[in-house]
Write a protein that binds this ligand. Structure first.
Ligand code: ADE
Ligand code: ZN
Length: 339
């Protein structure tokens, strides 16, 4: 039986891999550019969408960092985050753990506090208005230096009550996780949890060093783990979660076609894989669209969708009480919808 979009929409969902800057839709980009008197290298929203054709991660990152230039004042960061949370509300996403990239903004002269306050205010409002719970993760840009990452961590120190952990993103090739071992050690000393992008374009070895050196709670992407049998056994045995992003992987040519994606194979092998949208404004879809892509191209069953979702609850950094609440929401689905 094929899984229908309406059912996937209704499913209570959890998103663990989402870059807030990657949720900037072209319409909001234009609105903010106008508000902040910034000239965009595009005349129309259609032109922007046409430019979203990427052959690899770096191609995308160049455009993604350019897009973020329209974000200047606290209200911009609020509007960006709020637009994402409204989409979550529409799609029944009940818990989110978004990333933000402070260096993308502080390097342009925007204060760390401006970024964090705008984002946090929107997360607080969504908790009250929509009942969406959240935990915020601050990422270091791995193409920048260890020194720059340390400086960013120092800027975050007064605000650690608003941040659950640190992550590592941006250009992966040639930027191994161990470059940031000391920064991550310091972050852990400060009580922060750790995650890292690894094995998206980079080799399976980067997944090992993210685990061994950065002591991550989960791996972002991690699809190249399938190239290393002993790593696969480790991930399965230790239930190390992978936050997989199907539409992102096809848009960035990690897999040529969705039909070649290995997420369901990994699920069946016993890996704690989860479904996420990464940069939905750039890759053609939010949570529901990612699940729909798996149903259409990989014949995902309702049971598999529920198992993917339960993996997300297990992998989340939410409190045990919140995890139980979400599992109860799933259990409350009518029997034929529970899979
Ligand atoms: N920053 C935003 N999206 C990213 C991705 N898919 N990989 C690495 N860095 C990113
Ligand atoms: Zn990502």
């Amino acid at each position: 039986m094929t899984v229908d979009k309406n059912w996937l929409d209704k499913l209570p969902k959890v998103e663990l891999h989402l870059h807030l800057e990657g949720s900037l839709e072209p319409e909001l980009m234009f609105e903010l550019a106008q508000r902040n008197a910034i000239t965009l290298p595009f005349d129309t929203v259609e032109q922007v969408r046409q430019a979203y054709s990427f052959s690899n991660l770096q191609d995308f990152l160049d455009i993604y960092y350019q897009g973020a230039n329209v974000l200047l004042v606290e209200q911009d960061f609020y509007d960006l985050t709020w637009a994402y949370l409204q989409k979550c509300h529409e799609q029944n996403v009940v818990h989110v753990e978004p990333f933000f990239d402070p260096q993308t903004h502080t390097d342009r002269g925007v204060a760390f506090e401006t970024v964090l306050n705008g984002i946090s205010r929107a997360l607080d409002d969504a908790r009250l208005q929509f009942g969406i719970s959240s935990q915020l993760i601050m990422c270091f840009l791995r193409h920048l230096s260890e020194e720059a990452a340390f400086a960013t961590l120092a800027q975050a120190e007064p605000f650690l009550d608003k941040i659950i952990g640190v992550g590592l993103d941006s250009s992966e090739r040639g930027q191994p996780p161990e470059k940031f071992s000391r920064v991550f050690a310091k972050a852990r000393e400060l009580g922060l949890l750790t995650v890292a992008h690894a094995g998206e374009e980079g080799p399976a070895d980067y997944i090992w060093t993210a685990i061994d050196d950065l002591k991550v709670s989960r791996i972002d992407h991690g699809v190249r783990a399938s190239e290393d049998a002993s790593l696969m056994s480790y991930l399965i045995e230790h239930r190390v979660p992978l936050t997989v992003c199907p539409l992102s992987n096809t848009r960035l040519c990690v897999f040529e076609e969705m039909s070649q994606h290995t997420i369901l194979k990994m699920l069946e092998q016993g890996v704690c894989v989860t479904v996420n949208s990464d940069d939905p404004a750039y890759f053609g879809g939010y949570m529901t669209e990612n699940f729909v892509a798996l149903a259409e191209s990989l014949n995902m069953t309702e049971q598999q969708a529920i198992r993917l979702l339960k993996n997300s609850v297990e992998a989340s950094l939410a409190s045990e009480q919140r995890k139980q609440q979400i599992l109860e929401m799933i259990a409350l689905l009518p029997a034929d919808e529970r899979g």
